[in-house]
Design a protein around this ligand. Structure first.
Ligand code: MOS
Length: 731
């Protein structure tokens, strides 16, 4: 192992602070509304003017005329930015769709104008005076219509076997499938989905000379800084991004969007700070969403349940014909089979930009694969838990036997889950269990979510009063970063939790992994650990001992035969960074779960109620069981929404998401989810980092939707393969 922090010891295996359920440090601030969201940072810019963004009324075409004169003359108006009067702004590494400027319209609700005024109401009223004429052109809005041509039309397309062929093969899928005694060949549809986070995209922008500051709501501070620099054509050195509290992200805030770009331009034009929040109705079409998918899965098995052939093909579409929602990601990782084929086809669509949303690819991928597994179990006459256990790999990735698995306990998740859930009471016969008007069913799904780690740095400062301050540009998107970082510093330095202050989200702090891809917890705490190890050494140098060999506990230090109070060190500080060596490339580091669900379906109306959900998770060391559980239950709720209610309805004539508000986009409420349980296995991942911890924020959405679907089938005997599973589909 060549982690650049020593540690070598297994400090965390003896931990008393790390691994303990700890209420979130920022919890009281969030729940009392005193943790300001980006739009509420009055203290940073009390003279900020208000910006209001106007979104395009067409999905594709050109602005032929825009009259902004009335808006410019309206009361309180300071500046009006009209896209046709400006050059199209550039793109960044993280944006597919254009964000502002020029006459071309690439998607519905693309920002086309912004009014800046003294008050919010004046900006909104003036925006209503802008008159825009468009020349509409036709576009591609219907995934089902273009999907069949996607392999050729998409950028990844190519003739079979030729350059750019998106198919990945191992063995001979076609022959194995043709000769398999038991087969499943089904196609599943998942819809476009919205993040629907509580805090909308919002930014206050201010210039001082050529220095730009963005107080915004963002998951990845460094990406925001770099992306903004690319888009505005200025040096990232001249940009500061600050995002200490975030009201949810889910991938929609991995990168800057129109609020930040337009606020920066508007602030330059208005010569004072400008604040912009995207109106809720703009959120759904102006920002990013999870792409719809069409997934065909073919499984072939021997009668004993051993899978011999797996093919998983996935179609999605995006505005540039690249990216896409790759539902096949988990398929090489989950179950053994010697003959395999996976393919991800991306078509060009003129809908708003699809991009990362919580477990991109894997979340909808499980909604197909784990239902196909249920269908195979039924075709075999085998219990679906047993079918999965029979296809467990040994030590190597099923679809890539050159790659070792760092640590995997999916079988334990399924066995313990079945035991705890009372799985043995499930009737294998669909539609057989009835309580009055309710049909009762149980479903299971396996879950896999990759557990990447990213380089992460931090700065730690010990004050003369014995208090520690940790600074890193890591973000807390509601996940508990403040708390696990404080726990890590407290544990490593041997001080109580309340002596640690954590400062996050400011690009002036060392560059962290940021919050995304469920890499945040593992990576950022490892970076803080690295900084603390360096601080121990610095203290040792000052007081004359070997910081690596000393014991830091209860505010004191024991080194050799001597002992010190931590305060003997006076003021000391250190930087540290966790980087990752080449050894990790030999390993697949993933998280695993067994998901269980019980539903009741009204036999007359088809209304579905989730009664119980259980997740048994294998994610290495759990740094804070309380906040980790919150991550998993939140993801399970999101999965329940994906299974039963959530869908961006596409108007395939005019090319936009029709239900673009929180009334029309239905997310689950408390009453929809009466009982959830989460169990974490006591596993440790030896590869990911010295923390031996993996993320859980996306694992929780990989599988439960399929468990809901399988439970509905078990309850009713009706198999719906088109999400969301609304009652009209099975009456
Ligand atoms: Mo995640 S979809 O990388 O926030």
């Amino acid at each position: 192992m060549d982690f650049n922090a020593p540690a070598g010891d297994n400090l965390f295996d003896r931990a008393t602070v790390v691994g303990k359920s700890t209420p979130r440090i920022d919890g009281p601030l969030k729940t009392t509304g005193t943790a300001p969201y980006a739009y509420e940072r009055h203290e940073v810019a009390s003279n900020a003017a208000y910006g209001w963004i106007v979104g395009s009324a067409i999905a594709k075409g050109r602005i032929s005329a825009m009259n902004v004169e009335d808006a410019r003359r309206a009361p309180g108006v300071i500046a009006v930015l009209a896209a046709p009067e400006m050059e199209p702004i550039g793109s960044s590494n993280w944006n597919y769709a254009p964000l502002f400027g020029g006459r071309e319209v690439a998607h519905y609700h693309q920002a086309v104008a912004c009014v800046v005024a003294e008050t919010f109401e004046q900006a909104r009223a003036a925006a209503a005076l802008i008159r825009t004429d468009y020349e509409r052109t036709s576009g591609e809005f219907d995934l089902a219509a273009v999907a069949p041509d996607a392999p050729l039309a998409g950028s990844q397309g190519g003739a079979e076997g030729g350059a750019g062929d998106p198919r990945t093969r191992r063995g001979d899928f076609e022959s194995a499938f043709a000769s398999a005694p038991v087969t499943v060949d089904q196609t599943y549809h998942t819809p476009d989905e919205s993040h629907a986070m509580m805090e909308p995209h919002a930014t206050i922008a201010a210039w001082e000379g050529d220095q730009l500051t963005l107080w915004t709501s963002n998951q990845m501070i460094q990406w925001a800084k770099t992306g903004m620099g690319q888009i505005l054509g200025i040096s990232p050195e001249n940009i500061r991004v600050d995002s200490p509290y975030i009201g949810g992200g889910f991938g929609g805030k991995l990168f800057i969007r129109a609020d930040a770009v337009v606020a920066a331009l508007a602030s330059r034009a208005a010569k004072r700070p400008v604040k912009i929040a995207l109106q809720r109705p703009l959120m759904f079409n102006n920002t990013t969403h999870r792409h719809a998918t069409i997934q065909r899965i073919r499984l072939g098995a021997e009668r004993d349940g051993r899978i011999t052939a797996i093919a998983h093909e996935n179609w999605s579409g995006n505005i540039t014909g690249t990216g896409g929602e790759d539902g096949t990601l988990q398929t090489p990782k989950l179950y053994t089979a010697p003959n395999r084929m996976t393919a991800n086809y991306v078509a060009q669509l003129d809908l708003p930009e699809g991009n990362a949303m919580r477990a991109p690819g894997e979340a909808p991928g499980h909604m197909a694969l784990e239902v196909a597994m249920d269908e195979l179990a039924e075709a075999l006459g085998m219990d679906p838990v047993e079918l999965r256990l029979r296809n467990e790999p040994e030590g190597r990735v099923p679809g890539d036997p050159d790659t070792l698995i760092s640590d995997r306990h999916l079988a334990r998740c399924l066995r313990e889950g079945a035991e705890r859930f009372g799985w043995s009471a499930r009737s294998p016969t669909p539609g057989a269990v009835r309580e009055g008007r309710w049909l009762i069913g149980m479903g299971v799904a396996g879950g896999y979510r990759a557990a990447p780690a990213r380089q992460s740095a931090a700065f730690v400062r010990l004050g003369a009063d014995g208090r520690l301050v940790v600074e890193t540009d890591m973000t807390d998107i509601g996940t508990g970063s403040y708390t696990i970082i404080a726990q890590t510093a407290a544990e490593t330095m041997g001080v109580p939790l309340d002596r640690v202050t954590v400062e996050l989200g400011d690009s002036r702090y060392p560059v962290s992994a940021g919050s995304g891809g469920q890499w945040g917890a593992a990576s950022s705490t490892a970076g803080v650990y690295a900084a603390c190890v360096n601080l121990r050494r610095a203290i040792g140098e000052k007081l004359g001992f070997d910081g690596d060999a000393a014991t830091f506990a209860d505010g004191s230090i024991r080194a050799g035969g001597r002992s010190f109070a931590l305060t003997d060190a006076g003021r000391v500080s250190a930087d540290g960074e966790m980087t990752y060596g080449d050894f990790k490339r030999d390993y697949d580091v993933g998280t695993y779960a067994g998901h269980f669900c019980e539903v009741a379906v009204d036999a007359y109306t088809g209304e579905t109620y989730i009664r119980r959900m259980l997740a048994v998770c294998d994610a290495g060391r759990i740094l804070n069981p309380l906040s980790a559980r919150s991550q998993v239950i939140g993801a399970m709720v999101m999965a329940a929404g994906a299974a039963l209610t959530e869908e961006l309805a596409v108007d395939t004539r005019f090319g936009y998401f029709v239900n673009h508000d929180l009334a029309g986009y239905e997310v689950p409420v408390h009453a929809d989810i009466p009982h959830q349980e989460v169990v974490f296995l006591d596993t440790l991942d030896p590869i990911i980092s010295p923390m031996k911890a993996k993320g859980v924020g996306e694992l929780g959405i990989c599988g439960p939707a399929a468990a809901v679907a399988n439970a509905i089938y078990n309850a009713t005997g009706v198999r719906i393969r088109e999400y969301p599973l609304t009652l009209d589909k099975y009456l």
